[in-house]
Design a protein around this ligand. Structure first.
Ligand SMILES: [Mg+2]
Length: 300
């Protein structure tokens, strides 16, 4: 049914404003475009097909490493920039011969530019080592774990472990010390221009960037490359997606079984009806159709 609706849409009949404004979609992966358990984006196929048909950029914005994200982008067939390690780095791919922002599936993106935004992991490790010694802190960083230990603690298979380990702008820690010592470490890191954020399994140490900090950069990038007014639809399901949603023009929280619904004092956040990938699909389809029908609705 959905497929039929898409095929009935006349892309060339889009209103003039829709063409003048360059809409881009920025999305989280796990729990949003990828299923929490199967890591599949199959339920988002109708929305991905429509984005491809309109040649709208889809930018993945994730806590994953570049190597992990490149594999996923290649499976989907995206040719848009990627934001990785929670805003730590921005990857700009070479353009493809055909569509600007989409390519065939399993077509690996080749690098045009790699923009490091965050503090380098080697510098983070130096600071951590020094602070650990200073107060005899009890934590284990990825850097200190054996491959076997990493396999146990991350739940990842060896094949995907190497891609997850290939970090450049962040270091996950297994915290085994008191909350008081965590506060101490947090304030010391703050003074060193770093931050520590609690994630699902690990505490993550990185420079002071987040999923929202690269969005302004992305707006200017598309403004200069396509010389039109850039507007962003952002989708995510976790607390670390909030800065990205707040920096977008249309903010969509993907309903989740794992996380509470996201709320903001600064931004109206629309929550999807369905959960996970189905919610992603439904939200992207409905917003693209609204924009095609009446672009003036876009910012309300
Ligand atoms: Mg997520």
């Amino acid at each position: 049914m959905i497929r039929r609706l898409i095929s009935q849409q006349r892309v060339d009949a889009a209103p003039e404003n829709f063409e003048r404004e360059r809409w881009i979609v920025v999305s989280d992966l796990d729990g949003s475009l990828l299923d929490h358990y199967s890591y599949s984006s199959e339920d988002a196929r109708p929305a991905l097909d429509l984005l491809r048909q309109l040649d709208l950029p889809l930018i993945l914005n994730t806590s994953k490493t570049l190597r992990e994200t490149l594999d996923i982008a290649s499976e989907i067939g995206i040719r848009s920039p990627l934001i990785v390690e929670n805003g730590g780095g921005v990857f700009i791919p070479k353009k493809s011969a055909k569509g600007k922002y989409w390519a065939a599936e399993n077509d690996l993106l080749r690098r045009k530019e790699w923009i490091p935004v965050g503090t380098r992991r080697t510098d983070i490790l130096k600071t951590l080592k020094h602070l650990k010694f200073e107060r005899d802190l009890k934590f284990t960083s990825f850097d200190e774990m054996t491959l076997q230990g990493l396999e146990i603690h991350t739940g990842l298979q060896k094949a995907s472990l190497h891609a997850a380990l290939d970090r450049e702008f962040s270091e996950p820690l297994l915290w085994k010390d008191s909350p008081t010592n965590l506060d101490w470490l947090s304030s010391k890191l703050e003074k060193a221009g770093l931050q520590i954020v609690k994630g699902g399994r690990f505490h993550m140490v990185s420079g002071k960037h987040n999923k929202g900090t690269s969005l302004d950069w992305m707006r200017s990038f598309f403004k200069t490359s396509v010389s039109s007014h850039v507007k962003i639809i952002a989708l995510g399901d976790g607390m670390n997606d909030l800065p990205m949603l707040e920096a977008a023009d249309i903010a969509i929280c993907i309903r989740s079984h794992a996380n509470p619904t996201l709320k903001s004092n600064r931004k109206t956040i629309i929550t999807s009806n369905k959960t996970g990938v189905q919610g992603w699909n439904e939200s992207v389809l409905s917003h693209l159709r609204n924009l095609q029908a009446d672009p003036s609705l876009a910012t309300h």
